[in-house]
Design a protein around this ligand. Structure first.
Ligand code: LMR
Length: 396
C-alpha cells in the first residue's frame, strides 16, 4: 500500500540541524533553528532550571496524569508572567490556561478550537510568518489569508499591515506576534500596537497573539506590552505562550494556550471545549518542563536567578546585532545591514536573497533559513569576522 507514497522534503528549519551536523567543515556556523547559544556556541541549561530540577527530583511524588489542562499552578504562574501580576482580567476570573506541548502544541489547540467552535472563520497571518504557522493551521483545516508585514526593501510595512487589517471580515482571527517577530525581527512600537488595537476593536476581530519569545526583545515587561494591551482592552483574546526559549526548555515541550473571555462563565464554557481539544490531541500535556517553570516562578530566589540569566541572554543577542553591523563596516556594508541592530529577538531578516543564502551554505558552511533569516544568537566573537567576510563576498 505504501508504493504510491512520495517522499517530501524535510522541514526547512529543522532540516538545517541535520545538514549542519553532517558538514565536516570546522569553520561551519549554525544560524538556523531558533535556539539560544552562548559565547561558545552552546545551548546551555539555565542555572535556575538545574536548581528547580534538583528540587523536583527530591520532591516529585507521582507520575500520574495531570489532566487535560495541565497543572493549575503552572496556569497561574504563566498567566502572571504573560498578563502581569495584578492583571484585572486575572482578578475577574476571565482567563483560562491550558498547558500544552510547547508553543507549537498551544497553536494546534487554538487551531482545533477555532475549527470546531468558530465555524467558517479564517485566519490572517503576517507575510512573512513562522512557516510552521501555515502547516499547523492548514493541518487543522482553517482557511488562511495574509496581511503585509515586511516591505520589498526589508522594512516593517506597518501601513500595508494596517490597511489590510481594516478589510478583514468581522469575527475572523488575526495572528499577531507579541514580540521578536519570527522570522523578521521587526516589532511594532507602542503607538502601532494602539493602532492595531483600534482596528481589531472596530472590525470585531479575534486576536490570536503568539508569544514565544517573552524576554528576548527588550525584557519581560516591555515585550508583553502588546499582549497586555489586547488583554486589557478586549473581551476576547487567544494567547499562545512558550517557555521553550525564555527557560531554555526546548525539548521539554512547555507552553500554554490562554483564553480571555468576556466573563467567568463564558471562560468556563470555552475552557471545557479546550479540555476536549487537548484530550483528542494528546490527552494530557507533558509535565516536566511546566513543573520546572512552576518551581522557578513560585520561588522568589529561583525567579531572580532566572530573570538575571534571561536578561544576560537578551543583552548578548542585542549586543551581537550591533557587533555584526560593526563587523560589516570594513566592507562598506554597515548601512546596508543597519536594520539588524534595530530588529529584536532571536532572528534577523537579513535581506540576503535565497541565492545568497545558498552560496553562504555551499561555499562557507554558514547555515541560515532560505528566506534570509539568521539566528543572531548563532554569532560568536570568533565566527563574526568569518561571517562578515562571507556576507561581503556573496552580496552584489
Ligand atoms: C524557529 O523558528 O527556528 C523555532 O521556532 C524552532 C522551530 O520549531 O521552528
Amino acid at each position: 500500500m505504501f508504493e504510491k507514497i512520495e517522499r517530501v522534503p524535510g522541514d526547512a528549519i529543522l532540516g538545517l540541524i541535520e545538514a549542519y551536523n553532517q558538514d565536516p567543515n570546522p569553520q561551519k556556523v549554525d544560524l538556523g533553528v531558533g535556539v539560544y547559544r552562548d559565547v561558545n556556541g552552546h545551548t546551555p541549561i539555565m542555572q535556575a532550571v538545574k536548581q528547580a530540577e534538583a528540587h523536583l527530583l527530591e520532591t516529585e511524588a507521582t507520575k500520574s496524569y495531570i489532566g487535560s489542562h495541565g497543572d493549575p499552578r503552572y496556569g497561574r504562574v504563566v498567566a502572571d508572567l504573560v498578563l502581569g501580576t495584578g492583571s484585572a482580567v486575572i482578578a475577574a476570573n476571565r482567563v483560562s490556561v491550558t498547558q500544552a506541548p510547547g508553543g507549537t502544541g498551544a497553536l494546534r489547540l487554538a487551531a482545533d478550537f477555532i475549527k470546531s467552535n468558530l465555524p467558517g472563520k479564517s485566519l490572517w497571518l503576517s507575510d512573512p510568518t513562522w512557516p510552521n504557522h501555515l502547516g499547523i493551521f492548514e493541518a487543522a483545516g482553517i482557511a488562511m489569508h495574509r496581511y503585509p508585514y515586511v516591505s520589498a526593501d526589508n522594512q516593517l510595512d506597518f501601513d500595508g499591515m494596517l490597511a489590510t487589517l481594516k478589510t478583514i471580515p468581522e469575527g475572523d482571527v488575526v495572528l499577531l506576534h507579541a514580540c521578536c517577530h519570527n522570522p523578521s525581527g521587526f516589532d511594532l512600537n507602542q503607538d502601532q500596537w494602539h493602532q492595531v488595537l483600534e482596528v481589531v476593536k472596530s472590525r470585531g476581530l479575534l486576536p490570536l497573539v503568539d508569544f514565544a519569545y517573552q524576554g528576548f526583545g527588550d525584557g519581560l515587561e516591555p515585550d508583553a506590552f502588546g499582549v497586555r494591551l489586547m488583554a486589557e482592552n478586549l473581551d476576547e483574546v487567544l494567547i499562545t505562550s512558550s517557555c521553550s526559549k525564555n527557560f531554555g526548555l526546548y525539548r521539554e515541550r512547555t507552553g500554554g494556550l490562554m483564553v480571555i473571555a468576556r466573563n467567568a462563565e463564558q471562560m468556563e464554557n470555552v475552557r471545557s471545549q479546550m479540555a476536549i481539544v487537548a484530550r483528542e490531541n494528546y490527552s494530557n500535556p507533558p509535565s516536566h518542563g511546566a513543573a520546572v517553570v512552576t518551581e522557578i516562578l513560585e520561588s522568589a530566589e529561583l525567579a531572580s536567578v532566572w530573570r538575571a540569566e534571561l536578561t544576560e541572554m537578551c543583552a548578548r543577542i542585542n549586543g551581537l546585532r550591533t557587533d555584526l553591523v560593526e563587523s560589516l563596516k570594513p566592507y562598506g556594508l554597515d548601512q546596508r545591514f543597519a536594520h539588524v541592530a534595530q530588529q529584536r529577538g532571536m532572528f534577523s531578516y537579513t535581506g540576503l536573497t535565497t541565492a545568497q543564502v545558498k552560496r553562504l551554505r555551499e561555499e562557507y558552511s554558514i547555515y541560515m533559513v532560505g528566506s534570509g533569516r539568521a539566528n543572531v544568537a548563532g554569532f560568536t566573537g570568533e565566527n563574526l569576522p568569518y561571517v562578515a567576510k562571507a556576507i561581503a563576498a556573496v552580496v552584489d
